[in-house]
Design a protein around this ligand. Structure first.
Ligand SMILES: [Zn+2]
Length: 168
């Protein structure tokens, strides 16, 4: 699988998108609001939010929204499965075994979700950080066009991939 092409902009910059749907490429599609969050903020639920107007036709706007809902549900389900496992095991075994099984469910679940997202990469993703926003494109041509429109450049893949979960 090819790595995503990444364009990083300062958080203060309002990004300029070519007037084509971010997913299907239809010209003059209108816009949709895309909201996402810095995953590194973890449980600080008030922190790290980022919202941006994207060019997207109505259908693709829904697809973007659904994929976010799906990701949220996957994490919630994993939490529910882990907690259920904990109580199920604790009713039959010592607490330490229950805690261990909770850890195993978490590790396996996160591994599975990571594999899934690697095999089904989004055509477009946004990774907000404290002072910069990374826009990830599956299509290098689209990434280059976006970079040019914003006077930015493509991130060198090796630098960007460092420390990310891409070896699985
Ligand atoms: Zn579209």
């Amino acid at each position: 699988m090819d790595a995503a092409s990444v364009v990083k902009l300062p958080r203060s910059v309002v990004p300029i998108f070519p007037d084509r749907c971010i997913l299907c490429g239809r010209p003059q599609p209108g816009t949709t609001t895309f909201t996402t969050r810095d995953a590194l903020k973890g449980r600080a639920v008030w922190a790290g939010w980022y919202s941006v107007e994207l060019p997207a036709c109505r259908r693709c706007g829904w697809r973007l929204l659904l994929s976010q809902v799906y990701n949220g549900l996957a994490i919630l389900s994993l939490g529910a499965i882990a907690v259920s496992t904990f109580f199920l095991v604790r009713s039959r075994a010592p607490t330490i075994v229950a805690i261990l099984s909770l850890g195993v469910v978490d590790v396996v679940g996160i591994w599975f979700l990571a594999r899934w997202s690697l095999r089904h990469p989004a055509r477009f993703a946004v990774e907000p950080r404290d002072d910069s926003i990374s826009f990830e494109f599956r299509d290098p041509g689209q990434a280059l066009e976006f970079a040019t429109a914003n006077g930015a450049r493509l991130e060198p893949p090796s630098e960007y991939e460092a420390g990310r979960l891409t070896s699985a």
